[in-house]
Write a new protein. Sequence first.
Length: 217
Amino acid sequence: MLKLIIGNKNYSSWSMRPWLALRANDIPFEEVFIPLYTNQTDKDRILGFSDSGKVPALIDGDVTVWDSLAIMEYLAEKFPDAGLWPADRAARAHARAISAEMHSGFMALRNECGMNLHRPIRAVALSDDARANAARIQDIWADCHARYGKQGPFLFGAFGAADAMYAPVVHRFRTYAIPVKGEAQQYVDAMSALPAFQQWTQEGLAETLVIDRFEHV
C-alpha cells in the first residue's frame, strides 16, 4: 500500500494537496503523520522517509517521491483511471500550467496568509502583491469555470490534480476573509462540499498542537 508522510493538517498546505488527490479518488494509502517544527526527533523521522527533510513524501515500495506536484504526477501515471489530469491535451496543458503557477508563485499571499484552520476568521491588511495574487487566483478559477464548467463543478470538470493544488487557497480566502466574487465563488462552494476536503478540515480542526511561529498573523 502507498504510504503518505504528512505534517499537521491545521497548517500543512503542501501535505493537503496529495492527500486530497488520493482521498478524493478513493486510492488506498497509509497516512503517516509527523508533527512539524516540534523537535529534532520528529525532524529525524521525516529524514528517515525523505532526504529532503520535508513533507509530504510518498512511499511506494522502494520508490520515494517528494514534493506535492511530483507526487501528483507519479499518482497520475500509476492510476491513469483516476483522471488526475484532463484527457484532452490542451486542457491537460492548461491544468499543468496553472498547477505549476501555484507551485512556484503567489508568494505574497502565502507569506501573509498562512494556512491555519484554527485561526478566527478576520481580515488582515494585505500588500498590493498579495491582493494581486488573490485576484489572479480568482481569475484562474473563473476562466476555468467558463471553459470547462459544463463538464463539472471543478476546474476541469471532475476533481483532479489542479484542484488539489488550489484547495488550500479556499481555506486561506475563508480564514482571512478575502472576498471572492462571481464564478470563483462557485468553485469555492464546490470545493467546500467535497467530502475529502471536509474530512481534512475536520481533522485539522481537531488537532491541538499549536505552532507559535504560525500564530502571529
